[in-house]
Design a protein. Structure first.
Length: 134
């Protein structure tokens, strides 16, 4: 299920290569993969998603978040969102890591904490685990 965080950013759980062309039709111009390969035996690899994105004319960035969100993850997420000329879809296993990384990146851009908490809550994500970063 794809959830909208703000005017530019969408998050979801794992996507399949077959879904990528439809994302282009929905205005997605960049896919950000926050999921490391191998978390689940049946998940598509990042390369499979990247190749599908390339065929669809969508930019792709891999920012795998393994345990906790580090400064490099936040900076990479910020750069990806800024570089996109349309909507960004960030995905991981459930969309939670992507939402957390988005929230910290947006906070560093000056977004208000309450605004981020409300957007994350609408997407079904609690920002409590990263409250100290907001």
């Amino acid at each position: 299920m794809i959830r909208q965080l703000d005017a530019k950013t969408l998050v979801s759980g794992q996507i399949a290569p077959a879904q990528v062309a439809e994302l282009k039709a929905q205005g997605v111009t960049m896919i950000v993969n926050n999921r490391p390969d191998g978390e689940d035996p049946d998940q598509p690899t990042g390369l499979e998603i990247e190749q599908a994105a390339e065929r669809a004319g969508i930019a792709y960035r891999a920012i795998p978040i393994r345990r906790g969100i580090g400064p490099a993850d936040v900076e990479s997420m910020h750069q990806a969102i800024e570089a996109a000329d349309g909507k960004v879809l960030a995905y991981c296993r459930s969309g939670t890591r992507s939402t957390l990384a988005w929230a910290v990146a947006r906070r560093r851009q000056g977004a208000g904490k309450q605004e981020l908490e409300e957007a994350a809550a609408r997407a079904g994500v609690d920002l409590a685990p990263i409250a100290h970063l907001l």
